[in-house]
Design a protein around this ligand. Structure first.
Ligand code: SAM
Length: 363
């Protein structure tokens, strides 16, 4: 069976399909929103090559990547990074747990239009507004929604500014990651309403922030491990090691901090990411069975890099730092401060937004 019924079955078997959303998942056919070629789990699926496989994946509980590099073909040696997908349906359901009948919702990141179609089907076209920054994707989503027979309000523009013309919204749901939550979202969300967004820094971008709006301010906490594309205006740098490292000699020292703890402990990575927001790590394991690894750090401004050479059995590791920023020193200091503070888990942190400032802390 390759039909919306298959997706319903998968989600029901996984125990994630709530009664409120079941009729919508059954009625809105994901096939209207998926292009003839997409990427799933690292492989390309093309309808013309294998229609049955294409349909099997359309109704899978998997994210399907529909665009890379803002629609530009990556040049020779350039990194391909995903810029649009239809999200994993079970993740959509997890996000939509905040939605109730009667809500007016603003979705940031229309993408294929599939999620907007869910919202429009359940809440009504007039209660659903969705905004997309990419003109081509916006046009495709409108066409997809038309095919599905649904007409929510679709806006072309920068969703970081919200969509004030139809505010206030009971729920503001972003399907792209932000590092700063725009105050416009707070201003355009009704008193008592909710903002839900993938949130993070370049260092760690795998959290949902869920905030309640009250008296023009918003407060909330963090959950989940979502992996969403960045809001285009706030995204981190992408590239290969060679885009930062051109063979220069950096300053060499040693550290007794095993850099792998920063990969393995998501709470540590979250906390370090609060301090080192515009740099990111890459653990590069050796391919000779030595269990050695190089921990790289790169800054978004493309001015600095650092490495830590992990070797098993040692208790000191060589570091090398290049450029105006001492990236390893920054990361190590942030980690040690977090440990000294008692290693608070991510769940201990709160986020607050007022018209003049935005902060995250445990206090
Ligand atoms: C994961 S996809 C969205 C999935 C979509 N909700 C769906 O159901 O297909 C992320 C989308 O956010 C869009 N986006 C990125 N930055 C944006 C911004 N500032 N305003 C609006 N959309 C944005 C991207 O172009 C992309 O289409």
């Amino acid at each position: 069976m390759s039909s919306p019924g298959r997706l319903v079955e998968i989600l029901r078997n996984k125990g994630v399909l709530t009664p409120g959303w079941a009729p919508t998942v059954a009625a809105v056919d994901r096939a209207h929103f998926v292009p003839d070629t997409f990427e799933v789990e690292g492989r390309t699926v093309t309808r013309a090559a294998d229609e049955a496989e294409w349909r099997r994946m359309v109704y899978a509980d998997l994210p399907l990547i529909t665009q890379y590099n803002d629609g530009q073909t990556p040049g020779d040696g350039q990194v391909g990074f995903p810029t649009c997908s239809t999200s994993m349906p079970s993740l959509m359901l997890a996000m939509d747990a905040i939605v109730q009948d009667g809500d007016a919702v603003l979705e940031i990141g229309t993408g294929t239009g599939y999620h907007a179609a869910w919202l429009a089907h359940r809440l009504g076209e007039d209660r659903t507004t969705t905004i997309e920054t990419d003109a081509i994707l916006h046009g495709l989503a409108r066409r997809n929604l038309e095919r599905a027979g649904l007409r929510p309000h679709t806006v072309l523009g920068d969703g970081l500014l919200g969509a004030p013309e139809r505010a206030p919204y009971d729920r503001t749901i972003a399907t792209c990651t932000v590092r700063d939550i725009p105050y416009a979202w707070v201003a355009q969300t009704a008193d008592g309403g909710t903002i839900l967004t993938p949130w993070g820094s370049s260092f760690h971008s795998y959290s949902f922030a869920t905030l309640t709006v009250h008296d023009g301010e918003a407060t909330g906490g963090f959950s989940g491990r979502p992996s969403f594309m960045w809001a285009r205006q706030q995204r981190r740098s992408y590239g290969r090691i060679g885009d930062w490292y051109k063979g220069e000699q950096g300053d060499v020292a040693t550290t007794d901090l095993d850099p792998r703890v920063l990969e393995d402990d998501p709470d540590a990575r979250f906390a370090v990411g609060l301090r080192v927001r515009d740099a990111w790590p890459l653990l590069y394991p050796a391919d000779d069975g030595s269990d050695e690894a190089t921990y790289w750090l790169f800054d978004d401004a493309h001015t600095s890099w650092a490495t830590v050479e992990y070797v098993p059995g040692r208790d000191a590791y060589e570091t090398e730092q290049y450029g105006p920023r001492r990236l390893w020193d920054e990361v190590a200091a942030a980690y040690r401060d977090w440990r000294e503070a008692g290693s608070p888990p991510r769940s201990a942190y709160r986020i607050s937004i007022s018209p003049s400032r935005q902060w995250v802390g445990t206090g």
